[in-house]
Design a protein around this ligand. Structure first.
Ligand code: NAD
Length: 297
């Protein structure tokens, strides 16, 4: 095992959740209602069910109100859009999250763009993506927003640092690059068609891996002293029948830790920050909808 400092996302998330719970109580005193977060789950994808369950528990713990709307896998687009419309119109609802992936017969982009951008706590609506791109106040996707918090706690000012983001999804890679740009980092976005990826990765002061390929980033891809943020969550095949496969990131942790100054472990790094940021976004949306100054979290 190398000498990199593990970045404790679990502790950072717990601290943020405590601040959110306090600010949520304060909001309830002022607005005479709790912040409201509603989650929509279509079908029975087991991973999604686990994520949604965790979100449901977290929202109540944070002093928020809300529910999970569990719909059957064969729900029609009209019915799903109808529920989103109802939540859009409900004044007690501040945040709406439709859990992805949706069953194949449903048009994800259409569903996401039906959500009121002011309630889009996942930050996936084109209006929020556009605002982020032009540097306006926006609801920002939770995972990259969590990564930026961890990075700023670790490195302080990111100005002028070279950040390499591997992955260009709308959920992680692209918004991550935008957030790094907003912090004045020099940003390179790499993806599946990038040539000489190890060479490019080696130039990074900040290396963010959001690919979905177990332990793809090797130790010799990492510059000495770099900060490594591993977004990947991959389950390896189980060693024997009936057992559970190990959870690993997109970075070969042991090797990368030999070179990096700091690195997020999997699990316990980026993952816990995602739900904490979802709660923070809900609180931000609730304040904006009530015309209140958002709390500093
Ligand atoms: P995605 O599949 O939408 O995007 C993957 C990206 O990786 C693509 O842009 C693709 O171009 C790039 N890529 C694929 N193969 C590559 C290769 N060989 N070399 C370089 N780039 C390559 O995935 P996503 O939704 O962005 O998620 C990425 C990972 O992050 C997944 O493991 C996912 O489970 C994880 N994730 C974690 C959290 C969290 O809360 N920690 C949240 C979202 C996603």
């Amino acid at each position: 095992m190398g000498c990199a400092r593990p970045i404790d996302g679990k502790a950072a998330a717990a601290a943020l959740r405590e601040r959110v719970a306090e600010a949520s109580r304060e909001f309830s005193r002022k607005a005479l209602r709790k912040p409201g977060l509603h989650v929509v789950l279509v079908g029975d994808d087991p991973a999604s069910a686990v994520y949604v369950g965790a979100k449901e528990k977290a929202l109540h713990k944070a002093g928020m109100e809300g529910a999970v709307h569990r719909l059957p896998a064969d729900t029609s687009e009209a019915d799903l859009l109808g529920l989103v419309g109802k939540l859009n119109a409900d004044p007690a609802v501040d945040g709406i999250l439709v859990q992805l992936p949706l069953p194949a017969h449903l048009d994800e982009a259409k569903v996401l763009d039906t959500i009121d951008p002011a309630k889009d706590v996942d930050g996936f609506h084109v209006v929020n993506a556009g605002k982020l791109a032009v540097g306006k106040e926006a609801l920002v996707p939770c995972t990259p927003a969590g990564c930026i918090r961890l990075l700023k706690e670790e490195r302080g000012d990111l100005s002028g640092l070279h950040a390499v983001v591997i992955g260009r999804s709308n959920i992680v890679g692209k918004p991550m690059a935008q957030l790094l740009l907003a912090e004045n980092a020099t940003v390179t976005i790499a993806h599946s068609r990038t040539r000489n990826l190890p060479e490019i990765a080696r130039t990074a002061d900040i290396l963010v891996a959001a690919v979905g390929r177990p332990e793809m980033v090797k130790g010799d891809w990492v510059k000495e002293g770099a900060t490594v943020i591993d977004v990947g969550i991959n389950r390896l095949p189980p060693p024997e029948e009936g057992a559970k496969g190990k959870l690993v990131g997109d970075v070969a942790y042991g090797e990368a830790a030999e070179k990096a100054a700091a690195i997020t472990p999997v699990p316990g790094g980026v993952g816990p920050m995602t739900i904490a940021m979802l709660l923070a976004n809900t609180l931000t949306a609730a304040h904006a909808r009530e015309g209140l100054e958002p709390p500093k979290l």
